[in-house]
Design a protein around this ligand. Sequence first.
Ligand code: 5GP
Length: 191
Amino acid sequence: MKLLEERIQKDGKIRDGGAVLKVDSFLNHQIDVELYNEIGKEFFRLFGDEKVTKILTIEASGIGIACIAGQYFDVPVIFAKKSKTKNIDGGVYTAQVESFTHGRIYDIMVAREFLLPTDRVLLIDDFLANGAALEGLIQIVRGAGATLVGAGICVEKAFQPGGERIRSQGIRVESLARIRSMSEEKGVEFC
Ligand code: 5GP
């Protein structure tokens, strides 16, 4: 998606020796709602024929994007909650996720009442790096016996293994901006 790529080139900041792309001025902290709207529209263009019944994302940064997409699909949006407690009572689907940005493991959960075996689920998230967040969401969809339609990602860091790992399971992953490489000296190069 040209618009997103151009914005990353213009306002993205590369940190941690080329490992992390900060997009705090338009995607992750301050939000450019017009850009979110174009992203939501693009996800609908890509997955609109898939008879999606629920959108599933993970807190916090996926929520806003998923909500705008949800307006185009006209379906409810669920966000997996990050839980610190080890003993979560029944009534929830859980998965463990290793955080790329925070370097720790946490549980995510979704109440069973919101995901049904009849659901056709689209996953949405801001970044795809090692794939841990998506893997956790996939586990939750499978746990519910729902159908996974695919995943819509804003920014895929294609030099990390997540995209390959998830596509090799036969899951459709559509990333609006795919980064081939990035460094503080050379900037961002797209696929
Ligand atoms: P993964 O689980 O695929 O390794 O990482 C995905 C999650 O980590 C995303 O939900 C996102 O919040 C965060 N993340 C991974 N890489 C980056 C990055 O380069 N920049 C930002 N802002 N977030 C990232």
